[in-house]
Design a protein around this ligand. Structure first.
Ligand code: NAP
Ligand code: F7E
Length: 343
């Protein structure tokens, strides 16, 4: 039975990837961080299904603590390591720049631990389209230059480069997956897509009146996270290590997303959306669109879920979630305070 170690298993991609690997029969080890509240909500259904059989194992670790990474590799002896851990919010990376970049520098500790291990371990690095800093003409591909526009993106460029350097210098099976934005009902609630669909659920259920956003003109190449983790897995099964882009090749503005998402519940988005400087970034990545033809050709990967299907999936999920919240609010078990959250 193959063994995989996933850093950042509690995040969106950690959930979809561990689900995929567990279904394939892997023994999965995931790193979690200690926090004052329990942060395993996304993977709780997987814990109940697989933990008893010993197929899913959670270990405390932090990418900022290289000793924890060495210990985990020694004790778990994985065949594959998927490095998904990051402070992944671009705007927050301007507010916590050292922490955000240091977390990506933590990839080096993981690569070193793998290099010093007696076992041949394959390594996946979660690279990001943010490294390109935007597109001015055509589509971004593997020949496009990096022009990071945030501390988050700068950290990712370092992790990307060091992964390539370790591959070339030490003959390691280390790959970079440059992924464009991918979303789902398990997307963090402070990313724009989920912020919008969460608000729609609550507006329809009468427990929120409006949503305040930042720059509505930006465009993104949005795919479904479930499709993208399949691509991560395929990269580590390829006969030789390399870098690949995963993207849909389609881009839409925040306004397009709003129009479609509010349209699914027969509302006009302009009646519910406000904008505020508070959600603007000091430096914006205006437009992103990616060319995934290499992944299609070499990995036989292509996205299955369309933009419309993705938005509908998220709206439906959040309508249902807000319905449950409404019941809890009525019973005084939940305080409807989200309009004041720092999202
Ligand atoms: P996410 O939901 O924000 O999850 C990030 C994960 O990293 C969480 O499990 C988090 O743990 C963990 N983490 C944060 N800091 C850590 C640290 N210092 N040590 C150990 N773990 C730490 O992100 P995602 O959307 O799943 O993305 C997965 C990876 O792909 C990230 O590296 C992200 O930068 C990259 N990426 C994402 C996209 C996208 O569109 N989703 C696109 C390109 C690249 P807690 O739960 O404890 O916070
Ligand atoms: O912003 C604009 C914002 O935070 C998308 C991460 O997974 O993908 C993600 O980074 C756009 C930006 O994602 C709000 O200015 C407007 O132009 O959803 P986002 P992101 O910054 O593209 C990349 C590939 C990653 O690697 C990252 O880890 O939407 N926007 N109003 C807003 N964004 C947010 N968050 N909140 C707003 O209110």
């Amino acid at each position: 039975m193959p063994k995989a170690l996933i850093t950042g298993i509690t995040g969106q991609d950690g959930y979809y990837l561990s689900k995929l690997l567990l279904k394939k029969g892997y023994e999965v080890y995931g790193t979690i961080r200690r926090s004052s509240t329990i942060n395993t909500a996304r993977i709780d259904p997987l814990i109940s299904e697989y933990e008893k059989e010993g197929k899913l194992n959670l270990i405390y670790s932090n990418l900022l603590d290289p000793s924890s990474l060495t210990n985990i590799l020694n004790t778990t002896q994985p065949d594959e390591v998927y490095n998904l851990a990051a402070q992944s919010h671009v705007k927050v990376s301007f507010e916590n720049p050292v922490y955000a970049t240091e977390t990506s520098f933590g990839s080096l500790g993981l690569l070193e631990a793998i290099r010093n291990s007696d076992k041949q371990i394959k390594f996946y690095q979660a690279s990001s389209s943010e490294m390109f800093g935007g597109v001015t003409d055509g589509m971004l591909d593997l020949n496009s230059d990096f022009d990071p526009k945030s501390p988050y993106a700068a950290g990712k460029v370092f992790a990307h480069n060091i992964t390539k350097i370790y591959r070339e210098s030490y003959n390691m099976f280390a790959v970079n997956g440059i992924l464009f934005n991918h979303e789902s009902p398990h997307r963090g609630e402070t990313f724009v897509t989920r912020k919008i669909t969460r608000a729609i659920g609550r507006i329809v259920n009468g427990i929120q009146s409006k949503v305040t956003l930042g720059n509505l003109e930006a465009t993104r190449d949005w795919g479904f996270a479930g499709d993208y983790v399949e691509g991560m897995y395929l990269m580590l099964q390829h006969d030789k290590p390399d870098d690949w882009i995963l993207a849909t090749g389609e881009s839409h503005s925040i306004k397009d997303f709003l129009k479609l998402a509010f349209g699914f519940v027969n509302l006009n988005w302009e009646d519910y959306v406000e904008t505020s400087e508070k959600y603007y970034r000091p430096n914006e990545v205006h437009d992103l669109i990616g060319d995934a033809s290499k992944a299609k050709k070499e990995l036989n990967w292509s996205p299955e879920v369309s933009f419309d299907e993705l938005v509908k999936m998220m709206v439906d999920y959040d309508l249902n979630l807000a319905k449950q919240e409404k019941v809890l609010i009525k019973e005084n078990l939940l305080q409807p305070t989200w309009e004041n959250y720092i999202l």
